[in-house]
Write a new protein. Sequence first.
Length: 201
Amino acid sequence: MEFSKDQGFIELCSAAAACTVCPELADKRAVLSELNGSLQPKVFFIAEAPGRQGADRTRRPFYGDKSGENFQALLDSIGLSRDEIFITNSVMCSPRTATDANRKPMRTEIRNCSVFLKRTIELIDPPLLATLGSVALDALKLIEPHDLTLKNNAGRPAEWNGRRIIPLYHPSPQVIAAQRGLGLQLEHFQTLKHAIEQALA
């Protein structure tokens, strides 16, 4: 069984690496490899897109930039290691502006990449999903419709497509500044810790 999952993941990574469907992302490389984490994770995180200074440079989601530092602090707060999680994105290539700055992925790019997101979730079959930010939460609607929002559901376990899910805020410096610090997100990660314990019980 594990061999088939490993083999399936290798094939999925190859397919993502070869994808050139999105015109503005065709010259970028999908961030999907063994560096994304465990294929038997306690929790499966979905974020927005690889950052220019973070995952697109390091090839490891949430690593190498300030968002990555914040994410690591949140993981550390509940004693969760990178070896126990899997992280991917709504869009697996890094969207940039004409000046090479990070930009939000376009709706069409999210739709194009939802095929890979769906396949990854089905392959790994995690006990718990956690979305990081509104883009990731909305991306799941393309796989199976839902009415969850960050405003109403952040930090609250819910059901989606037969799975347990927790919508969380994105750990970007801008979001944390707007929340006046990490406090709220630290609270939500405590809820995540309890949800992990329940899922594994």
